[in-house]
Design a protein around this ligand. Structure first.
Ligand SMILES: *Cc1c(COP(=O)(O)O)cnc(C)c1O
Length: 389
């Protein structure tokens, strides 16, 4: 089966769908057993697609999990109430006091805060590494290094990592690798195929796709699935059947949405690139993005998210620009059908190892509006930017 066909049929077992196209929305806390034998069977099979207790999931959750496992080529998939929970609970499932974590310096801001505020308090130390370090990561590995965490492309500044080089060193040292794959999404990038142990996503973004559900997923390989499953369960991680249903519904149309986001974002990025106020564009599919060569080698496509660096600008100019935009709404998320914008005057506070010596960074999510309207909107708002520089 080719990949679109696979995604359409994934997770649609008769047991889950009961004669219709989509799985039933099976809401449950309590599961009841008809006999002691049934109960013992459920205890033995818990976590293995046998109803046991609401927190272990129902047929709606199993359908979503099966589909995500197929998307990411994993052995198992844990569901979380949001992407941030998927990250924090995956880390907590494997780290203990005295362990050391290697975290990419371009991590999503709440990931960094989790390390600095929660893990530090538990006696787990974090070293932030340059996303472009590649095999040089070896020099940062300590005797107590337990996890190497990647995020590629990096948050806001979009550096694409050389995943195979990093994974090779980690494997040689028995270090577990986890990757925030919200951008690559399982459709354009499958980390487990490249040796990563656990692939994590904010399903909130492209899987849900409609800006109306929070959801996180973590997919593990055979080696780490049993521990991830059991520890996430003990940490109390679960999601509602309604949210699981909506995430699965989003997943069915994700490839066609992604194709449109990709096409439109490339058109906008090419327009932005030529603007005199813009120093360079950080779109993974464009040469000016650090790690573009790894993107070309490892990814099958891009999506609606990219950033660009201004060659001058003040906070006043940024604020005026943001207020002038009409179709791009200010919002911290991405992956929905609508266009969004965020802006950072500087990256300081968000980077500790690599620093930031360039101009303001504007990040766009290109939604499903007409490209001409989006470009016209940017053109008029950039004029306002210039007037306020
Ligand atoms: C949004 C996002 C998250 C967090 O997901 P939530 O569902 O909002 O908690 C994690 N990583 C990346 C890269 C994200 O963009």
């Amino acid at each position: 089966m080719k990949k679109n066909t696979k995604l359409v049929s994934a997770g649609r077992k008769a047991q889950y769908t009961q004669g219709v196209v989509n799985p039933v929305v099976q809401r449950a806390s309590t599961v009841v057993f008809d006999s002691v034998a049934d109960m013992h069977e459920a205890i033995k099979e818990r976590g293995n697609r046998t109803l046991f207790y609401g927190r272990r999931g129902t047929h709606t959750h199993y359908a979503l999990q099966d589909a995500i496992i197929e998307l990411e080529n994993g052995a198992g998939c844990a569901l979380y109430p949001c992407g941030a929970a998927a990250i924090s609970q995956s880390l907590l499932s494997f780290l203990k006091t005295g362990d050391h974590l290697l975290m990419v310096d371009t991590a999503y801001e709440p990931t960094r805060d989790f390390c600095d505020k929660i893990l530090a308090g538990l006696g787990i130390t974090t070293t932030y590494y340059d996303p472009m370090i590649g095999a040089g990561i070896e020099s940062l590995i300590q005797d107590n290094t337990k996890v190497l965490f990647l995020e590629s492309p990096g948050s806001i500044t979009m550096e694409v990592q050389d995943v195979p080089s990093l994974v090779k060193v980690a494997k040689e040292h028995g270090v577990i690798t986890m990757l925030d794959n919200t951008y690559g999404n399982g459709w354009h990038y499958k980390p487990l195929d490249h040796g990563v142990d656990i692939s994590i996503q904010a399903a909130t973004k492209y899987i849900v796709g409609h800006s109306d559900v929070m959801m996180g997923v973590a997919v593990a390989n055979e080696t780490y699935w049993p521990e991830l499953r059991e520890h996430s369960y003990l940490l109390g991680q679960c999601t509602s059947a309604d949210d699981a249903y909506l995430a699965l519904r989003g997943l069915r149309t994700m490839p066609v949405r992604l194709a449109q986001h990709e096409k439109a974002a490339l058109q906008v990025a090419n327009w932005v690139k030529a603007h005199p106020l813009v120093d360079h564009v950080r779109h993974p599919a464009m040469e000016t993005c650090p790690g573009h060569e790894f993107f070309k080698r490892d990814f099958s496509g891009s999506n609606g998210l990219f950033s660009f660096v201004m060659n001058k600008g003040s906070q006043k100019a940024i604020n005026a620009f943001l207020d002038a935009l009409e179709h791009f709404k200010m919002g911290f998320s991405w992956g929905g059908f609508e266009s969004l914008v965020t802006a950072n005057k500087t990256m300081s506070g968000l980077r500790s190892t690599t620093g930031w010596h360039e101009g303001p960074v504007i990040r766009l999510h290109i939604g499903l509006e007409d490209v001409d309207d989006l470009i016209a909107d940017l053109a008029q708002a950039l004029k306002v930017y210039e007037q306020n520089c």
